[in-house]
Design a protein around this ligand. Sequence first.
Ligand SMILES: Cc1cc2nc3c(=O)[nH]c(=O)nc-3n(C[C@H](O)[C@H](O)[C@H](O)COP(=O)(O)OP(=O)(O)OC[C@H]3O[C@@H](n4cnc5c(N)ncnc54)[C@H](O)[C@@H]3O)c2cc1C
Length: 522
Amino acid sequence: MPKTSAAKSGAASAVRKEQSVRIAIVGTGFAGLGMAIRLKQAGVDDFLILEKAGDVGGTWRDNHYPGCACDVQSHLYSFSFAPNPEWSRMFSPQPEIWNYLRKCTEQFGLRPYIQFDSEVQSAQWDEKAGVWRVQLSGGRTLTANVLISGMGGLSRPAYPVGVKGLEKFQGKTFHSQDWDHDYDLKGKRVAVIGTGASAIQFVPQIQKQVARLDLYQRTPPWILPKPDRKVSDFEHKLFKAVPLTQRLFRGAIYAMMETRVLGFTINPKIMNLVKRIALRHIHHHIKDPELRAKLTPDYTVGCKRVLISDDYYPALAKANVEVISSGIKEVRANSIIGQDGTERAVDAIIYGTGFHATDPMPKGVLFGRGGRDIVDAWKDGPEAYKGTTVAGFPNLFLIVGPNTGLGHNSMVYMIESQVNYVMDALRKMETRKLRSVDVKPDVQARFNTKIQEQLSHAVWTAGGCKSWYLHPSGKNTSLWPGFTFSFRRQLKHFDLGDYLAEAATEQKPVRAAKSKLVGEAA
Ligand SMILES: Cc1cc2nc3c(=O)[nH]c(=O)nc-3n(C[C@H](O)[C@H](O)[C@H](O)COP(=O)(O)OP(=O)(O)OC[C@H]3O[C@@H](n4cnc5c(N)ncnc54)[C@H](O)[C@@H]3O)c2cc1C
């Protein structure tokens, strides 16, 4: 079978209307790039990557608010196969992570495979032809035997809903993900809505510039001291000269993070120790008892994402900051009225309100067998088999799908585990000459019953809070309920027995590029 290069077909796309490719990957964050790198390493090159933006990077291209950084150590929050000995800090700032992803794109020769400014507007499984029919922005179309989504779990910004008068506000507004760096905050009266992971990073940065900062808080997060520091010159040299030392360091961080699962899922009492550290952190920085009370959560540590920061509490203790925990009654043209009846004049509102985590896929984008929208299939909350495949959606793989999120470790580890699974699926499809694989509905149902059972005892459900991990149905559709090494083990092999597999026929052959997938250890 001739080798079809996506690079070649990509270049030709400018003149051709419809492209046909074996594998289409959507997105260029850690998921899309990680998947593409593994395919390339396996000798597959009949794939392309569709990216709606004009550059790679996903989360780390789009979130450029002041203070944006990872909250899992960079030595771990990076690809295992592409260590970076040059991280400047333990928790690197956003520009460095974005640069890392751009460097990986070059290092692994991915640019020719990427079609930028190519938003997947819809993808429909064509039963007869056994392909995904993809509609791209600009009226272009594409068919792919296999569709791999790396569209991101936290990439659609969420805005406050049901706030009276918000649309009447005449000042400046933007979401943390769409930070407007041209808007000068100096001397302005600014309201920040939300106190999650993004807000606690940007609030200390803007507090120094603004005239006043009104921080609207629904529920305070538990915050621990951030074990951040510069990576020393000695460490840089050591990691470069003896790469094994960086691997060992990564392993040690991984093991340390993984122990936190014990507190989250097995015995929430372990969280009492963490609570003591967090309370000391508040007491150390916040001397005013009234403010301290507002900032002290009343739910079990871990129920909402545990955050880390050394500069958030000191910023909140400053005279130009007010924490308002009574809620918003109404927004007017140039002010916000709190539930306490106080009217506060503001020039700008910044939304630190996070993302659509439990409804990551908009309606009208993915249609499986019989034209069923995935959003309808997920009306009781998103669910998949092993976080990756969805019954009725053949040859679709979701990287960072339902219940693959983590409250305690690096998402890159989960992404690499899912990539292993997809690689094994593709390998088996190729060796057995399969046109399609579709997870059996009962297999998916059993898997989800089991993980929901495990999650029902975990701190995220039983810890007495409402968080973005929980779907309105009450189910936790975001998180993996246990150790990440258990996830990796479960995704090591793609078991065809779990799938309805359709063989390719003479009339409907599976398009297969010449690759090294066949013959590799399954
Ligand atoms: C501010 C912030 C900090 C975070 N910090 C950490 C951390 O420290 N540790 C951790 O483990 N996790 C962290 N996360 C979670 C983070 O999202 C994941 O770790 C990881 O980056 C997800 O990668 P991804 O490739 O799945 O998605 P994304 O990085 O979101 O990439 C999705 C890509 O798909 C593209 N796309 C989406 N829809 C379409 C479409 N229809 N057509 C074409 N292209 C499309 C987007 O443009 C984007 O490039 C953080 C998240 C945020 C928002």
